[in-house]
Design a protein around this ligand. Structure first.
Ligand SMILES: *Cc1c(COP(=O)(O)O)cnc(C)c1O
Length: 428
């Protein structure tokens, strides 16, 4: 690990993405004291958001990238939906409580987070299912092309879904390459470039604008999995020309365990795109019970089933509770938190871990992956001290930084706990 943090790296010239907090930029890592972190927390423009979450006072939760914390509003909203809508309105809730429109309504709220336009996102199904759906739709938009290009390090469920869809579509070759070989592997045989934006293990962030443009240059479509991106980094689906995308609701979006996922289909593709898993809820007239399928207009044609109202209500409450925070603010704080954590470790524990995440914050999502032979035991020892991260085999400690509810003092304290674990050999 490099020892010092270069302030230039902390604040690349794109000031739209990084809110200059000159206090951090001017600091060298030796300045990362509790007092300085407290001062940063005091001037943090989104510090008030932490109060909206249920957090154990004696824990530092570094797993919000896997399961987001519980927003206080969620139990309240769910109690209302269950008691007053389900319990009282019963079947009438589909219309009078707006249950029917929930996938689009919640989708529009996610659209703001991923930089999409209203009417381009639906909240529905689960992550793997929506990936299969949008990939099937994307292949249908590129008839005659036979290759899906992805990375060999993609999340396993993504690879399984891609292989499954390729089998169903027939005669589709799945080409898996290292991220560095993506550009040179794009050619005119590629129908779809199907990638995960932020690597679940290392936090490495692919260059979404450049790869999307490169796919378009050979006539391919770009499909992005935004599971570890939405709510953590700035995505810009519209400005970057993303064709289709998906993501999950329970990571940085805090929708709760198994929350509904979402899918994005760019407006320009919606008319021609075919839902490969058509269902009555995506029919133009679902309650006409017609025997032949006629796709609904717009994004709704990508619905399959009855909306999961309880899950959607929890997800919607979670999104609403942070609607006053921009992706740019989240990203700026995320970069600072992970830079602070890495910098403190470089200073206090040089040569102990290998940083599996990119050192350049521009190429890193909101998690830090540290490689160590004893990673599993180290994660266990951290948990005993109330620092909750996770272990990813074979040797990765994965620590996620959720800017909505983590403070600068938490990032520093987490680093100090890790130093103590290593120095006392508590993991052995
Ligand atoms: C979290 C995650 C998933 C989860 O898939 P589920 O169907 O929700 O279980 C899929 N892909 C990626 C890249 C993820 O990070």
């Amino acid at each position: 690990m490099r020892r010092r943090t270069d302030p230039e790296m902390l604040y690349p010239d794109d000031s739209r993405l990084y809110h200059p907090l000159s206090a951090v930029a001017a600091m060298s890592s030796t300045d990362w004291t509790k007092e300085r972190c407290e001062a940063l927390d005091a001037s943090d423009p989104i510090r008030h958001v932490r109060e909206r979450f249920v957090l154990a006072p004696d824990e530092i939760y570094l797993d919000g990238n896997s399961l987001g914390a519980l927003p206080r509003e969620v139990p309240t909203r769910l109690a209302e939906v269950i008691g007053h809508e389900w319990g009282v309105k019963l079947i009438r809730g589909w219309n009078s409580a707006d249950w029917l429109s929930a996938p689009e309504r919640v989708g529009d709220k996610i659209a703001e987070i991923i930089g999409a336009r209203p009417g381009e996102v639906l909240a529905c199904d689960s992550t793997t299912i929506v990936l299969a759906k949008v990939l099937g739709a994307a292949l249908g938009l590129r008839p005659g092309r036979r290759v899906v290009l992805t990375t060999s390090s993609n999340f396993p469920t993504d690879l399984y879904a891609i292989a499954g869809v390729a089998r169903l579509a027939g005669e589709i070759e799945v080409r898996r390459v290292e991220p560095a070989a993506l550009l040179s592997s794009l050619d005119e045989t590629v129908a779809v470039l199907c990638l995960t934006h932020v690597d679940y293990r290392t936090g490495e962030m692919l260059d979404l604008p450049a790869l999307t443009a490169a796919a378009h240059a050979v006539g391919a479509l770009a499909v992005w999995d935004l599971c570890h991106s939405a709510g953590a980094v700035v995505i810009g689906c519209e400005v970057n020309g993303v064709d289709l995308a998906i993501g999950c609701g329970y990571k940085f979006l805090n929708g709760g365990p198994g929350a509904p996922a979402y899918l994005y289909v760019r407006r320009e593709h919606q008319k021609a795109a075919v839902n490969p898993l058509p269902g009555w809820q995506g029919h133009e007239s679902p309650f006409g019970f017609e025997l032949e399928y006629r796709p609904a207009r717009g994004i709704r044609r990508f619905l399959t089933s009855t909306p999961q109202i309880l899950g959607l209500s929890a997800l919607e409450a979670a999104l609403d509770c942070c609607a006053d925070v921009s992706s740019e603010q989240i990203r700026a704080k995320s970069v600072q938190l992970s830079e602070l954590f890495i910098g403190a470790l470089e200073e206090r524990l040089p040569h102990v871990f290998e940083l599996a995440s990119p050192r350049d914050p521009e190429r890193r999502g909101s998690q830090v992956a540290l490689r160590h032979r004893e990673a599993s035991a180290i994660v266990g020892a951290l948990a005993e001290r109330g620092v909750i991260g996770d272990f990813r085999p074979p040797d990765v400690c994965r620590l996620g930084f959720a800017p909505l509810y983590l403070r600068y003092v938490d990032a520093l304290a987490a680093a100090e706990h890790l130093v103590a674990v290593m120095e006392t050999g508590a993991f052995a």
